[in-house]
Design a protein around this ligand. Sequence first.
Ligand code: 13P
Length: 252
Amino acid sequence: MINKKQKIIIANWKMNPVDLVEAENLIKTVRRGIKKSDDRKVIICPPSIYLSKIKTNSHFDLGIQNIFWEDKGAYTGEVSVLMAKNLDVKYAIVGHSERRLYMKETNEMINAKIVSTLKNNLKVVLCIGESLAEKNKDRASEIIERQIREALKNIKKSQISNLIIAYEPIWAIGTGQTPSQDEVMSMSLFLKKIITNLYDRKTAENLDILYGGSVNSQNALDFVDSTGMNGLLVGGASLNASEFVRIVNLFG
Ligand code: 13P
């Protein structure tokens, strides 16, 4: 399957680095290293406390790693879509497995976040994926279908153009273990099928779907194009500026 769409490479720094100077150095090296190219889009998602310190340029956009569903009010510790937009943020990651696990985020909460994010015209990167136990019990498809159906409840077809889905099998995150190209391809087809059933084939065709989990510059190309995925969500490797630059420059 040849996929001619613009590739999307997202850096998810997670809760790193602990030092602002280090974050600024990381972004400086990335900014210098990545070539300008229309073949791919780069999105950097630093911890939200650094967002105001990182200026975007034509080489990359900014994303936030998590967002709250209300616009403002008495929600201690949360950050709203309106606040993120003020800092030139264009994307919000929603439903990352670490938030599902540690913050007990449910599909219902994830849906509320998606509704609010899309309503306020920010793009959503919805993360979905199965655990090792679910995979071993052959329950991956069921789990993923439920994650998507519940996350997209009441989301209209016209809004799906502002959605990206990132398939991140939980067992591949930070472990060095990755699915085979065949497995990634089956998943990309399955995701398109779910979206076709929920909306229609054209919407599914136009949808950007990414792979995430133990991506590095050695394996990055394996997960894109021939698998039907058109980009990557990179965790650990995005904290190493030269490694991340290598990954990005593989795509144009
Ligand atoms: P790693 O690339 O470190 O496996 O993390 C993937 C991830 O969770 C990105 O959101």
